[in-house]
Write a protein that binds this ligand. Structure first.
Ligand code: AMP
Ligand code: MG
Length: 492
């Protein structure tokens, strides 16, 4: 089938034999395009018009492989909630192939929900419409918010009914795009089997794909660990500065590229609370909002363990010492990235020693009042011009906020940026519109009952999260008081 000009160049299939199982998607009764990301398709050099069709739906359901695709299920392992599973792998997903996009970037096209594979264990290999659309809308929102992430290319309904905990649900497949699907868990798979040669091959592949500046260097494996650490530190800092809770930061859900991956039980906080947990299965709060930096470091330590033999094959104490230094450097790398993000959120361009205290001070006030994280930061733009009433109104008792305001205003007085420019800069990092839990739920509920309009609208609003627009006020509000505690499900 030669529809739509796929120009595959499948480096993973070609260079990493033994790291995957060649596989095919399951046939499904009635593949139908639910939502197609034409802009992304075109960015990737694909024919958007030809693919936004039944033929495109058949491809992205995994029902039919386009010419040049070499679909395969990737092997990986992973620590899930702290416990190690030596074999996970693509149990309901396939790497369809790689294409080089218009800017010369290599990108995976990957299907999630395309049927059973040799890695399925007890699972049915399927995905259902709600979680597929959830990953679509939240992933695209993250992209628009400037966060490195996998992207949604297409959501396809399969025409099947899939049995899930709450009864039958419409089957669906998500086609997503990533700069790669290499995970910490991919390294763990081969490390757990003691396959050092394969690990070196994998590490060199990861380096050539994501950190080419390290290629050929004798200290490249340590360099890889440091580079992944820094990208993850920057990524988690962005999550934290936006109030994003990933929800299932298992090592198989942490990429080597530094992109956010696997939007399962994720959610954005409304009121500020470091202990916030949404996922139904995270009963101990391991992946709570405020724990994410610590968990990222823990995951990176697991990556480090897999690289020890490569870092120094002759002296394991030395390898541990070197890798340990990198991992111990995570908190500082994270803190720098976080503070730099916070300075931008607070309208600060200069660096002063007390900026950390100032940022933390605001969070402390937010926490005691459970004030809406996103709205308070957005309102600071106005507050920076002296219009403080909208910000104050977000606190049940603004006394603590008033104290902080005075400190912040004194700090702003030492800035040189003209006020107007400052507000514009703040508004480019403090979003008005985020995927609010109640809006996402309403959109998904309507979509499952056949009305896609609210979903389409939400995707459209979130594509431009920083520009306040008339008529969209409802999208900027926090959860209604009757929304209650929000619980998310993995949706497998
Ligand atoms: P996830 O929670 O989506 O990150 O998946 C964790 C592991 O479980 C991966 O190996 C998945 O491929 C596998 N998995 C999740 N859902 C299913 C399913 N419905 N059928 C088979 N494998 C699954
Ligand atoms: Mg996963």
């Amino acid at each position: 089938m030669s529809i739509a000009g796929f120009q595959f160049d499948n480096s993973y299939a070609r260079e990493l034999e033994g790291f995957y199982v060649p596989w095919k998607g399951a046939e499904v009764p009635a593949p139908r395009m639910v939502r197609f990301n034409r802009a992304l398709a075109e960015e990737m050099g694909l024919d958007g018009t030809a693919l936004d069709s039944d033929a495109g739906a058949a491809i992205f359901a995994g029902h039919e492989a386009p010419e040049g695709a070499e679909p395969l299920a990737m092997a990986y392992a992973g620590h899930q909630f702290g416990g190690f599973s030596p074999q996970l792998g693509d149990g309901r997903a396939l790497l369809l192939g790689e294409v080089i996009d218009r800017q010369g970037r290599r990108r995976d096209i990957h299907l999630k929900g395309s049927g059973r594979t040799p890695f399925s264990r007890g699972g049915d290999g399927k995905a259902v419409l709600g979680p597929v659309l959830r990953e679509y809308v939240i992933g695209e929102a993250m992209h628009a918010l400037g966060v490195p992430t996998t992207r949604a290319l297409a959501a396809v309904a399969t025409g099947e009914e899939i049995m899930r905990q709450d009864g039958p649900a419409p089957g669906a497949v998500l086609a997503r795009v990533a700069s790669s699907h290499l995970r910490v868990g991919t390294f763990q798979f081969f490390a757990a089997r003691g396959e050092t040669e394969r690990l070196a091959q994998l590490a060199d592949y990861a380096i050539s794909r994501h950190y080419p500046e390290l290629a050929g260097r004798p200290d490249r494996y340590l360099g890889l660990l440091k580079a992944v650490r820094d990208r993850q530190a920057a990524l988690i800092a962005q999550w934290m500065n936006l109030g994003f809770v990933h929800g299932v930061m298992n090592t198989d859900n942490m990429t080597i590229s530094g992109e956010t991956i696997d939007y399962g039980p994720c959610a954005f906080i409304d009121g500020y609370d470091p202990a916030m947990v949404f996922s139904s299965i995270d009963s101990h709060g391991r992946y709570a909002y405020g724990n994410q930096p610590k968990i990222a470091q823990w995951n990176l330590a697991r990556l480090a363990e897999t690289l020890l033999d490569l870092i120094n094959p002759d002296d394991s104490d030395d390898a541990v010492r070197q890798a340990g230094d990198i991992i111990n450097g995570f908190p500082l790398a994270y803190e720098r990235a976080w503070l730099s993000g916070m300075r931008a959120k607070l309208g600060l361009t200069r660096e002063e020693a007390d900026d950390m205290d100032l940022a933390v001070g605001l969070l402390a006030v937010l926490e005691t009042q459970n004030a809406d994280f996103t709205r308070v930061f957005r309102s600071l733009g106005q507050a920076a011009t002296g219009e403080v009433a909208p910000a104050r109104a977000l606190f049940a008792n603004p006394a603590g906020f008033d104290v902080w305001l005075a400190l912040w205003q004194a700090r702003l007085a030492r800035e040189e940026m003209p006020a107007e420019k400052r507000v514009a800069a703040m508004n480019r990092v403090n979003p008005v519109y985020i995927p609010r839990n109640h809006m996402v739920e309403a959109a998904l509920g309507a979509a499952i009952s056949g009305d896609l309009a609210p979903f389409e609208r939400l995707v459209e609003v979130l594509a431009d999260p920083f520009t306040e627009r008339k008529g969209l006020e409802v999208f900027a509000l926090g959860a209604p008081t009757d929304f209650g505690p929000y619980t998310t499900y993995c949706g497998t």
